[in-house]
Write a protein that binds this ligand. Structure first.
Ligand code: SF4
Length: 223
């Protein structure tokens, strides 16, 4: 059976539910030959989610545990968002769909780029079944390139700095990896301006669902 249609998307019945599509994704073997550790798609989503987190691709630890953002990057992302794991992993509130769903392997400069097949085969079908998403966090350059396309600025720093241009639908973020600590230190405006705005949006969008129990001190005023 051919998995892809001529447009590149997977063949899926229009009435397939989100759960059914997620099952199909989790059984995907489309680029098995290119994956050093084999397929293990890591993503989660519920139809009522109002927030979507789009990252890059699972690292080795996440590939091993099968839990998205189960690493120091995830700890920092949750701190930025002002949520505890209980909220972050509640698929009814927050959908987590990276650009690449399986661990892509390592190159000289760290993990290689997410596989492109996921976005072309599956992403349109998943997004079509997430009608309640009001805010999509674009974590890192790959998500920003895909979702912002021509609206992206020449650099990631410039794109993140222009975050207000993409409201209310998108919020571009740097990758929270510890490897990005130098970027965080060089750009203090990010934690001073963007993080408080991010927390406020997350608080509003999770209100009424139990809400996040933030471990963080109150956010400072946005200048
Ligand atoms: S990386 Fe994406 S396209 Fe490749 S096997 Fe995993 S889910 Fe399928």
């Amino acid at each position: 059976m051919t998995l892809a249609t001529p447009t590149g998307a997977a063949r899926i019945p229009p009435d397939a539910t989100l759960a059914a599509v997620l099952d199909m994704v989790r059984a995907c073997r489309a680029c098995e030959a290119e994956l050093p550790l084999g397929p293990r798609p890591v993503l989660c989503a519920g139809v009522t989610a109002r927030i979507l987190v789009v990252g890059q691709a699972p690292g080795l630890r996440v590939h091993t545990t099968g839990v998205p953002w189960d690493d120091p990057s995830g700890e920092r992302l949750r701190r930025w968002m002002g949520v505890e794991p209980e909220t972050f992993y509640d698929a009814a509130r927050i959908a987590i769909i990276p650009m690449g769903y399986c661990y892509p392997g390592r190159g000289n400069g760290g993990d290689v780029a997410p596989r492109r097949e996921c976005a072309s085969l599956w992403l349109p079908h998943l997004l079509a079944r997430l009608p309640g998403v009001e805010l999509t966090l674009l974590v890192g350059q790959y998500a920003q390139r895909h979702f912002l396309a021509g609206r992206r600025k020449p650099t990631l720093s410039a794109t993140v700095r222009a975050w207000r241009e993409y409201e209310p639908e998108f919020l571009p973020l740097p990758h929270p990896s510890p490897r990005n600590q130098p970027w965080i230190q060089r750009n203090p405006w990010f934690e001073r301006q963007v993080v408080p705005a991010l927390r406020a949006r997350i608080r509003a969008l999770t209100r009424g669902c139990g809400g996040p129990r933030s471990p963080n001190p109150p956010a400072p005023e946005v200048p």
